[in-house]
Write a protein that binds this ligand. Sequence first.
Ligand SMILES: Nc1ncnc2c1ncn2[C@@H]1O[C@H](COP(=O)(O)OP(=O)(O)O)[C@@H](O)[C@H]1O
Ligand SMILES: [Mg+2]
Length: 334
Amino acid sequence: MKKATAHDFVGEALAGKGIHPEGNASSDHTNGHNGAGAGAGDTARAPSVRFTMDPQSGLTVEIAKKGKTERKWIASPFEILGRVRDPNSEGWARLLRWRDDDGRVHEHTVSDADLHNDVGALCARLASLGLKIVTGPARAYLIRYLNDVKPEARVTIVARTGWHDIEGKRIFVLPGRHQDGNITIIVGGAAASPYEQSGNLQHWQESVAKLIAGHRLPMFGVAAALTSPMLELVHGESGGFNFKGSSSIGKTTLLRASASVWGRADEHGIMRTWRGTANGIEGTAVLFSDTLLALDELGVATAQDVGNIVYSLASGIGKQRAHSATLRTNRSCG
Ligand SMILES: Nc1ncnc2c1ncn2[C@@H]1O[C@H](COP(=O)(O)OP(=O)(O)O)[C@@H](O)[C@H]1O
Ligand SMILES: [Mg+2]
């Protein structure tokens, strides 16, 4: 079947003004090899710059001015994995990947907007993540390189975990890079992912499921953890369950069993405390949308914190961004 193609009004309008839609970058840049020729028109008198990205030595620039060529090192090696935008084709960025001095891989989005802001602040952010960048005015060449390179690959950035409609498909995403066919998706604003796998399903069945079998409340908690992604599919609303009782009767243990469905069952993994969550409810909603938010230690939170969290998740943030089952434990103070 013949595929319909959209009429390119923007390209037509630009062509009418003698401008190619892809643009003619002011620099004569190349990615990985040396190109030829200088920029045209207004840029003819400007110094010609030529970028080379070497997998070992990194990004260098050759600047040709008045018959002389100067070569500068700009940054350690990095890849541009693709052009990033949200499902509404806004929030354009580039997804970069590099290794730090310990060999650890970092992936980070650099927004197009940031290329027009404070260069120093952007370079400082990348440097703090282990990308080495030349200091002083030459770092502006990094911005120029990023702005000029046109990667073909596309990456969709979404605001939260969970279900999304992307390119006509319903896709469930967790933090980290997610590949669904030829669609690449990342969750924006998510820090290190709390979702983890340790062992396999059989291992979990032996070490958790078997132990809680027949115990009604832990089974209820684990069932809530397993079914939370279904809420969106049945157009259900966010909700929560509070387990209340005196100390040492197994509330935290119940919560740990439930949290183990999604990752490490402690506060370094999936579990959160009421008090800690009160300070970062937005970030928490982004991270646990359509999954499980396991909150422990109600007893050490203030009534106001608890009120804010419940209100935020159940109304404002809850409706806009997060649909997560919430399990809470409540240490009885009575
Ligand atoms: N790591 C552990 N090893 C052995 N016993 C534990 C451990 N963690 C908790 N327990 C015991 O399990 C019971 C339930 O603890 P917990 O789930 O922390 O209760 P709660 O959160 O209701 O105060 C308590 O008797 C506690 O002493
Ligand atoms: Mg407890």
